[in-house]
Design a protein around this ligand. Structure first.
Ligand code: CMP
Length: 133
């Protein structure tokens, strides 16, 4: 997901450019806005964390871009491309170093495993809207 801060900042195009340049194939994509309920469900794994309410408010505060990406080693390579969760700790040139504001408003989300990538793809897209090889 390209998060509400990066959409508000006008960074959709620049972020998609970096994703393409890094060799990812976009196989599904849409712009949408999460409700508090859907944002809460997406991040349910963080329900007990102190930042959960803030995260749900932020993620439902404006439109996002959801996408499904395909590549060999996609999860690890995407996490390298986006950089650390906290942009203050992200490597220079990573998407979060370039476009994130702080640890909460951190420009992008990437799945942390192939299993969660499938769950998160199904969260946003019907199977017929995913053009995977
Ligand atoms: P993301 O990769 O989408 O996964 C969980 C999100 O929770 C994370 O990015 C941040 O947006 C948010 N998050 C993680 N740690 C904190 C924190 N310490 N304070 C606020 N938000 C956080």
């Amino acid at each position: 997901m390209i998060k509400p801060d990066a959409v508000r900042g006008g960074h959709i195009g620049a972020i998609l450019d970096k994703i393409n340049a890094a060799g990812f194939k976009i196989v599904a994509m849409k712009m949408t806005q999460l409700s508090k309920a859907t944002a809460g469900a997406f991040y349910a794994v963080h329900k007990e964390r102190p930042f959960y309410d803030e995260l749900v408010s932020f993620m439902s505060s404006g439109p996002i871009v959801a996408a499904v990406l395909e590549k060999e080693n996609a999860v690890d390579d995407f996490r390298k491309l986006i950089g650390a969760t906290n942009p203050a700790e992200a490597e220079p040139g990573t998407i979060r170093a370039l476009y994130a504001t702080n640890v909460g408003e951190n420009a992008v989300h990437g799945s942390d495993s192939d299993e969660n990538a499938t769950i998160e793809s199904n969260f946003h897209f019907a199977g017929c809207d995913v053009f995977a090889d």
